[in-house]
Design a binder for this molecule. Structure first.
Ligand code: KG4
Ligand code: ZN
Length: 340
């Protein structure tokens, strides 16, 4: 008794076979980093084409590793929202096709809910209710999570996502893609107080974030207003390290401060963090300190389950338990309504 989960919302193609008790029986993931690094960002058309090539081998790999005969599956699950339209379409089409061919019910999963659910994996006690922080390349938002499938939006970024800011700053500094790991590696040698970059919206009494001013501040530190050419900079390594450390600290400071306010505001005394940026070591340490000071429980997804993967699609088991199946004419939902 198990489910097949499929993830293709952005630039990772992933599949997993997960038993009803949550045990991961098989899992496969194909990254597309090598295709997007020359552009220093994900190119939607390139991502969609790569999903087409990779999705069946990835599913095959997960099923083989699990020694799973598809006839024994309970359902086929797929993340159908939010994400890049072309990428989502490949995953949803594969899931629908397999559901029809194998005569299995289809379950659709919200990718953001799954990022928070990554904190639940491997735990027996429920992580809900909790405040959920999602920090990824496409999203930076806070939710009141009443249950795995009941998230109430508290606030989020009004411009760039935190991961997007990491990626753009890395591109300006000539560091590799994806920018998060590259910036955090460079920051190891830097002084987080070398530059006083802005902490936007920190004084506003809401749960919103803004990272575009911070990105612009880094840009003006490197080149003048209106200048676009970063290729001739030839920066000394110490300067790169100081900029990375100071930028990273500015991002972490606002994420921590707004999240601890959200925990104070919520009746749940627990904060769960998921999404690619949650793999960041400085962020994890800063949140641990905040949790100690404010005496709330902190659960951060394990690093390998922070970035996109199909294992967090185990949230589909919650829908399976409720017989909450999707109809075969369901469509992708690339965007989320603000306030969702
Ligand atoms: O969750 P994810 O894999 O994809 C989305 O759903 O967006 O997140 C990818 C983002 C990228 O922007 C990447 O630069 C960032 O997560 N990231 C990090 C780290 N590892 C990945 N950002 C900061 N520090 C890291 N260690
Ligand atoms: Zn994601």
């Amino acid at each position: 008794m198990s489910i097949l989960t499929i993830e293709s919302t952005c630039d990772e193609t992933a599949a997993a076979v997960i038993a009803r008790d949550g045990q991961v029986l098989g899992s496969a993931l194909a990254t597309q980093t090598e295709l997007h690094e020359q552009y220093r960002g994900v190119v939607p058309e390139v991502a969609a084409r790569a999903h087409v090539e990779r999705i069946l081998p990835v599913i095959d790999h997960a099923l083989t590793e699990a020694q799973c005969d598809p006839t024994s599956l309970d359902a086929v699950a797929v993340a159908h929202t939010p994400g890049l339209a072309g990428s989502l379409l490949i995953g949803l089409t594969a899931a629908k096709t397999l559901a029809v061919a194998w005569q299995k019910p289809l379950i659709t999963v919200n990718h953001l809910y799954a990022h928070i659910y990554a904190c639940q994996l491997g735990r027996t006690e429920s992580i809900y209710p909790c405040v959920g922080l999602i920090v990824s390349g496409g999203h930076t938002s806070l939710y009141d999570c009443l249950g795995p499938l009941e998230l109430r939006y508290l606030g989020g970024t009004i411009d760039d996502a935190a991961g997007e800011a990491f990626d753009k700053v890395a591109a300006m500094l000539g560091l590799e893609f994806p920018g998060g790991p590259a910036v955090s590696r460079a920051a190891l040698e830097g002084n987080p107080e070398a530059y006083r970059f802005p902490r936007s919206l920190l004084n506003q009494d809401n749960f919103d974030f803004s990272f575009s001013g911070l990105k612009t501040a880094v840009r003006y530190e490197l080149v003048g207003p209106g200048e676009k050419d970063f290729t001739q900079l030839d920066l000394p390594a110490e300067r790169v390290a100081d900029i990375c450390a100071s930028f990273q600290q500015a991002v972490v400071d606002v994420l921590v401060e707004k999240s601890r306010r959200a925990v104070r505001h919520s009746s749940a005394n627990r904060l769960c963090i998921g999404g690619g940026v949650a793999a960041n070591r400085v962020l994890r340490t800063a949140f641990e300190q905040a949790a100690d000071e404010d005496a709330f429980e902190l659960i951060v997804a394990p690093p390998h389950l922070c970035t996109d993967n199909a294992v967090m699609g185990a949230i589909a088991l919650e829908k399976l338990a409720r017989d909450d199946f999707a109809s075969l004419d369901i469509d992708i939902q690339p965007g989320l309504q603000r306030g969702h």
